[in-house]
Design a protein around this ligand. Structure first.
Ligand code: T5A
Length: 211
């Protein structure tokens, strides 16, 4: 049976400190101003069970987390999130704005950890082959700037990775953004105001194209 999803699916991507959380509000305010019914969520997480998987993924433990276990947990959380939250909302005509989605898996588990893209694509196909974001805003910022922004806050397991890991993450995002038409690159090294203006403009353009 064809799953009729009438809402639009928007995602925000970027390295830590790129400003996703800061700009999620801009996306929502702009959409509401355009008369769109919108809900927000995040990955990994978004539902009670998926948030528990998030805790497993981000907790700092003595036992290192196996790369493949990390990949499978990301998709386990995603499967739960899609079934219990994202698809029902899209079916009801609500637009969903998600802080990170599968582009993050290609960037972090693919680019960062070195897992081959074909294995990720296999899981992507299994979990949501028929559903892709309609628009992705990739907030691009040099690793150096991102780490200055997050400062000396308590870092989670992934944030504790070395700089080279985040350089590979960024390179992977940029490479995908160059290939995928749905991904809009926003220069997130600019001021908060300038980034917010670019985000708002991109969202208004998208809404105008999808009345
Ligand atoms: N992950 C996730 C994977 O490995 N694979 C996957 O498939 C998925 C889905 C989740 C982690 O999981 C990984 C990636 C992540 O490591 P998360 O919840 O998305 O993490 O959280 P982070 O990315 O760590 O979120 P951050 O809060 O660090 O980044 P944000 O949301 O991009 O940044 P934000 O908005 O909180 O801003 C950080 C600081 O910078 C300032 C803000 O005021 C804030 O203080 N700032 C600016 N300052 C100056 N100019 C600007 N333009 C600014 N923009 C923001």
């Amino acid at each position: 049976m064809v799953d009729r999803l009438t809402g639009k699916f928007l995602t925000l991507e970027g390295s830590e400190g790129a400003g996703k959380s800061s700009n999620l509000d801009i996306v929502v305010t702009t959409l509401r101003d355009c008369g769109v019914d919108v809900a927000t969520t995040r990955e990994p997480g978004g539902t009670e069970t998926a948030e528990s998987i998030r805790e497993l993924l981000l907790a700092v433990r003595d036992e290192p987390l196996d790369d493949l276990a990390e990949l499978l947990l990301m998709f386990a959380a995603r499967a739960q999130h899609l079934t219990t939250k994202i698809r029902p909302m899209l079916r009801a005509g609500t637009w969903v704005v998600c802080d990170r989605f599968t582009d993050a898996t290609y960037a972090y588990q693919g680019g960062g950890r070195g897992i081959d893209a074909a294995s990720i694509a296999l899981l992507e196909q299994l979990v949501h082959g028929d559903l892709q974001p309609d628009l992705t805003l990739y907030l691009d910022v040099p690793v150096e700037v991102a780490f200055q922004r997050i400062g000396d806050r308590d870092l989670d397991r992934i944030e504790r990775e070395e700089r080279a890991f985040f350089e590979r993450v960024r390179a992977n995002y940029l490479e995908r953004a160059g290939r995928e038409e749905r991904i809009e690159i926003i220069d997130a090294s600019a001021s908060l105001e300038a980034v917010a203006a670019a985000v708002e403009q991109t969202i208004r353009r998208f809404v105008a194209a999808h009345p």
